[in-house]
Design a protein around this ligand. Structure first.
Ligand code: SAH
Length: 360
């Protein structure tokens, strides 16, 4: 698909054409990654963050937030719960927290692997190549790091680089790939100033980076952030991408068509816009993953990246029962095992097949 075709789909309003897009994305999902929905247990292990991102409630200057960092024991207990519920993967996410040291995270990954055997996904922000390598050696399988938007003019002021460092999430994504991680990235949809051409470039970058996992969600203004506080005062331009459900489904569907073998979640941010059927519609328009939240309730409430997360109101058992009943009603079976990305499996099979030749 060309940039122009992508832009046309992104601005499409004809219901019949959109039905055709959903049908094509659903067929591509079915033939590339199958019918199962993989459940990734999400644990938000720390909300400390040294960064100043203008859109995110965890930003360092936000003093309205009670900060927490889970202990290794608390994390291990939640991991056991996730395994007992049948999840094959544990996702450890946090703000950019220097308290999560290289050694502490490596020890934690080793412990969780030994105790649960779950696949481990890390999402700890921009960390150095040496520590990313150490965590991979400790057994971490996957890493999620969204590039947020491919338009650097838009990103640089919204996501200020660390003092003295160049902002380059794309380079880090390549490092992660070289280290053998399954690599996930993605964007926010409807950031103020984002155009449909930007969104088309995001989609093309998903393919260029050959991503194993793609997570996209609507931008949701947070009142305690500079960007969220400014939102109500600003009139948006005609080219502005809406931060809405429909655009999110379009990006999910197009991501599936461009990167058929990737694992693609129906994200919590999407379910925040539509708590009733957001997951279902995402899963019927290209997605094959859901990330149920296993973070203990008081911490979950304090992991306040954006307001209104649906799971923040529910206890785990209620959240779990509701989610599995909804998937059953949709007629989609739960995935079993680690549910590695077919894109990563194929890349590694190719590399293995090439190895004897390269070493000959
Ligand atoms: N510190 C980690 C995890 C950040 S939270 C990292 O930087 O990778 C995970 C994702 O939440 C971010 O990558 C961003 O895409 C999304 N996010 C942050 N603020 C948001 C907002 N206001 N609305 C919607 N999504 C947001």
């Amino acid at each position: 698909m060309t940039r122009d075709e992508l832009t046309r789909w992104l601005t499409e309003t004809d219901p019949a054409r959109l039905t055709e897009l959903w049908r094509r994305a659903d067929a591509a999902r079915q033939s590339a990654v199958g019918h199962a929905v993989h459940l990734r247990a999400l644990l938000e292990i720390s909300n400390y963050c040294i960064r100043l991102c203008l859109y995110c409630g965890l930003r360092a200057p936000n003093t309205c937030l009670l900060r927490y960092r889970m202990t290794a024991g608390e994390i291990a207990a939640c991991a056991a719960q996730a395994a007992a519920h049948g999840c094959g993967t544990l996702v450890l996410q946090a703000g950019e927290d220097e308290g999560l040291t290289t050694i502490w995270v490596a020890d934690l990954v080793r412990r969780l692997k030994a105790e649960t055997g779950l696949a481990i996904t890390l999402s700890l922000g921009e960390r150095g190549p040496t520590e990313l390598a150490a965590w991979r050696r400790a057994g971490a399988d996957r890493y999620l790091l969204r590039f947020e938007t491919s338009n650097n003019q838009l990103l640089t002021p919204l996501h200020p680089a660390r003092p003295g460092q160049q902002l380059d999430r794309r380079a880090l994504l390549r490092t992660l790939r070289d280290l053998g991680y399954e690599v996930g990235s993605g964007t926010m949809i409807g950031l103020p100033g984002q155009s449909f051409a930007d969104l088309a470039s995001d989609l093309l970058l998903f393919r260029e980076l050959d991503l194993d996992m793609i997570g996209v969600g609507p931008y949701i203004p947070h009142p305690d952030t500079p960007l969220g506080a400014a939102a109500s005062h600003k009139r948006s331009a005609a080219t502005q991408v809406p931060a809405d459900e429909l655009t999110t489904y379009k990006v999910i569907a197009l991501a599936r068509l461009l990167c058929p073998l990737a694992n693609i979640p129906a994200t919590t941010a999407l379910a925040t816009l539509n708590p009733q059927t957001g997951y279902e519609l995402g899963l019927q328009r290209g997605a094959n993953v859901i990330m149920p939240n296993f973070t203990p309730a008081p911490y979950r409430r304090a992991y306040d990246v954006y307001p209104g997360k649906p799971a923040a109101r529910d206890d785990l058992e209620h959240h779990w029962d509701t989610l599995t009943a909804r998937l059953a009603a949709l007629g989609r079976p739960l995935g079993s095992g680690p549910g590695a990305s077919p894109n990563w499996l194929q890349r590694h099979a190719d590399t293995a097949a090439e190895r004897p030749r390269r070493w000959a």
